[in-house]
Design a protein around this ligand. Structure first.
Ligand code: GAP
Length: 454
């Protein structure tokens, strides 16, 4: 099988698992869907939450120098005028004259040095023209120019326009950052690769304000911090790449940008951008709004516009990277010598949607069921657990393997003392990845799990 075919088969299997197990569904599916929009099901929503919570913990709670913000999605149109999005936030678009597809000019395959339509193969394409990616809408009851605004295409701008307020209330000194997690919208010409490029997505952004002479050093610092973050959620370093954007490809206001990329089955693609944006955004908003956005340095008595370094990550892309890195198939042989394929999501326990499956060995034994439910009650205040009493125990393990649940706890006859007092009130703990089992006292379970998942 060619490498390309193997990669596309792998991607198909991941997409199919996402639907089958309730990670991701197509938005509005019963009406044929809406291109570029996705819904997260019961497991997806937990995974997403774990990812966002860990980002918040790392970027805000564990630091003295970062505070949070939750800005509105709709903002005054002038924000987008000042930031430059209204005039320049566009991708080059071409039409295929043959099949009428709308395509991104910079992503077209070439045939004999000529751009080609990837849908029908035609070479008959229009000249590229700029297509603004912002979703336009109207605020209030009149649908005229005066009521126009946009769904935000990035979360960063609300941080810039609230800079003054946050500085005042937090009483922070430079360097300090403002972090935000929230929805962003882009009318992508070609949403593709499942949740990788969508029209509605979520960002996790930090704007880290600093003295002008700290910009380059902080760019390197944040690149390292962000790589550490990805390692800590289970993305191994050999799947991550750092691409330094050459000066002629950087945004005009950036003095340095790194893309952190991941080896997806469909290629090495951007997960996050870490950019030194200089004082461009605050200067633009100060100029357009007429309101001072300067910082006063008490030591030097200087007034100046802070510079900013921005690590900007996508929730959906990171989630896809987690799923792609975790997906595995292996052949296992049971006690009777029968071989089967085990599908397992080797998610880091910190990210796993369900931390622990809890199983009474038999569902028709009252005592086993009662004990297993006691274990559920003991743990559920602290973590997401899943109780399952139906089917053979092996099947129940497999179901949790596919959901990425790192631990399985089985309440058996030893637990209820039927084989003597030695193992009473102990359970078997099964590791998802190795399938090894060990016995632990029920009272030791919370500490054991806590250590793995925090
Ligand atoms: N404030 C800077 C900014 O928005 P960006 O490179 O356009 O920079 C940052 O976006 C991150 O947001 C990307 O690295 C990616 O993870 C995510 N992102 C951007 N467009 C996306 C899309 N259409 N679908 C999913 N994620 C997207």
């Amino acid at each position: 099988m060619s490498q390309k075919k193997a990669a596309s088969d792998r991607m198909e299997k991941i997409v199919s698992l996402c639907k089958r197990r309730g990670f991701v569904f197509q938005s509005s599916e019963i009406y044929g869907g809406l291109n570029g929009c996705w819904d997260y099901g019961p497991l997806g929503v937990e995974l997403r939450r774990n990812l966002k919570d860990f980002w918040w913990r790392r970027m805000v709670r564990e630091r003295d120098d970062v505070v949070g913000l939750d800005g509105s999605i709709l903002m005054n149109r002038q924000v987008w005028v000042a930031s430059g999005h209204e005039t320049t936030f566009s991708d080059p678009m071409v039409d295929c004259r043959n099949c009428k597809s709308r395509l991104r000019a910079d992503q077209l395959p070439e045939k004999n040095g000529q751009k080609q339509c990837p849908v029908c193969g035609s070479l008959d394409l229009t000249e590229p023209r700029a297509f603004n990616l912002m979703f336009k809408t109207f605020v209030g009851a009149t649908e005229d120019e005066s009521a126009v605004t946009y769904l935000r295409p990035e979360t960063a701008q609300s941080i810039f326009v609230q800079f003054r307020n946050v500085l005042e209330v937090s009483r922070k000194k430079l360097p300090f950052g403002i972090a935000q997690i929230g929805k962003a919208f882009r009318n992508e010409i070609n949403p593709r690769n499942f949740i990788f490029r969508s029209r509605e997505f979520e960002q996790m952004e930090l704007e880290y304000f600093c003295f002008p002479n700290q910009g380059f050093e902080l760019l390197e610092y944040w690149l390292k911090e962000r790589l550490r973050f990805y390692g800590d959620i289970g993305l191994s370093a050999d799947k991550l790449h750092v691409h330094e954007i050459p000066p002629d490809e950087r945004a005009h206001y950036s003095k340095g940008t790194y893309d952190i990329e991941f080896e997806f089955p469909f290629g090495v693609q951007e997960l996050e951008g870490v950019a030194y944006r200089t004082d461009y955004d605050l200067a633009q908003h100060q100029k357009t709004s007429g309101k001072p956005l300067e910082y006063f340095d008490e030591e030097t008595k200087a007034h100046f516009i802070p510079h900013v370094v921005e690590p900007s990550a996508g929730v959906d892309r990171t989630l896809l990277a987690l799923l792609c890195a975790a997906y595995d198939e292996e052949t296992v042989t049971d006690e009777k010598g029968k071989s089967e394929t085990r599908t397992v999501l080797r998610l880091h326990p910190r990210m796993a949607p369900i931390k622990c499956g809890i199983f009474p060995l038999l569902k028709n034994n009252e005592e086993l069921v009662k004990k297993a439910k006691e274990v559920v009650e003991m743990l559920r205040g602290e973590m997401s657990v899943f109780y399952d009493e139906t089917g053979a125990i092996g099947r129940r393990y497999r179901r949790q393997d596919e959901a990425g649940t790192p631990f399985g706890i089985t309440v058996d006859f030893d637990t209820i003392g039927e084989n003597g007092p030695a193992n009473r009130d102990t359970v078997t703990v099964r590791y998802r990845d190795s399938m090894e089992q060990k016995r632990l006292a029920i009272t030791d379970i919370p500490a054991f799990l806590r250590e793995q998942i925090t």
